[in-house]
Design a protein around this ligand. Sequence first.
Ligand SMILES: [Zn+2]
Length: 323
Amino acid sequence: MSRTTNAALSLSMCLPLALSCSLAWVGTAAAQDATSLRKANRTTASLALASRQNAVDLGFEAFKKKVFKEPFPGGVYIVNGDTPILDEAELREFYTKEIVQEWKSTRFGLPAGAGPTIQLIVDAPGGKPNVWDNVAKKAISYCVSKGFGADYERVKASMAAAAQAWQEASDVRFVHRPELDAKCSATTPEVVFDVRPVNVNGQYLARAFFPRTPRPQRNVLIDASALKLEPGKLTLDGILRHELGHTLSYRHEHTRAESGKCFEDKDWVPLTSYDAFSVMHYPQCNGLGDWSLTLTSLDKTGAACLYGPAPGFVLDPAQCPKL
Ligand SMILES: [Zn+2]
């Protein structure tokens, strides 16, 4: 996830976006009154619409220049704050489908006046859901790089806590392989994915992958900025809950409607509804969002529908959509 876009309240102070803005806002959110929030969100809505139109007008090459690309070997493009795009061909496809066509056809994918959808969204290229199969879902193994140094134990604990949150709802199993931590890299073949530190100067707090991502990019990368958060609701546990949601195929909660606003951190300030609290909802896309990034009951139900309920988790199958 990324923190470089900011809450609506800090709009005037945070453009151009400064890393300190979003966290400075966190502690004061509860004290803001609903009227000012609504007003600020209307402002962000109009800015987001203008930015999107600009992206369409400027064309792909200009869009590409604005997309962050990780500055290290194997680095990927990052859209929607923390979503990896493997190469230029895929970025062009994203631009064509998600920016240009979506703009032309629906204006954020929603009819005017409609609110965002509050449900877990699954990665489904070409309409085909891309998820772990019944065997793979029980052995999503990972290593945690010793390169975290003094933060190694903390990262290990946060990964375990984040995994546990999803495992309590759905029948999946993350498996830490500590014996591989000393040689944990993008090419460690014995694990499904690796967890490693990076320094991208706050371009994102962390980024993950989807089940369809090839092994070299199947990483959870944690920026140094995520390891020195100020005390508050935003925690490493929460960030990793969000990122592990991506590894299970969950896309950002705010649907195509809002994802369009968030494709480029530096230029976009999104709007969203006031009640979208999913762990997969981008907090900075939400004027009233709770930065604790915990699983809501809808998150748990959606996860249980997709992968089957965890032992002890009560699920009414009638709640599940047909994928
Ligand atoms: Zn994300």
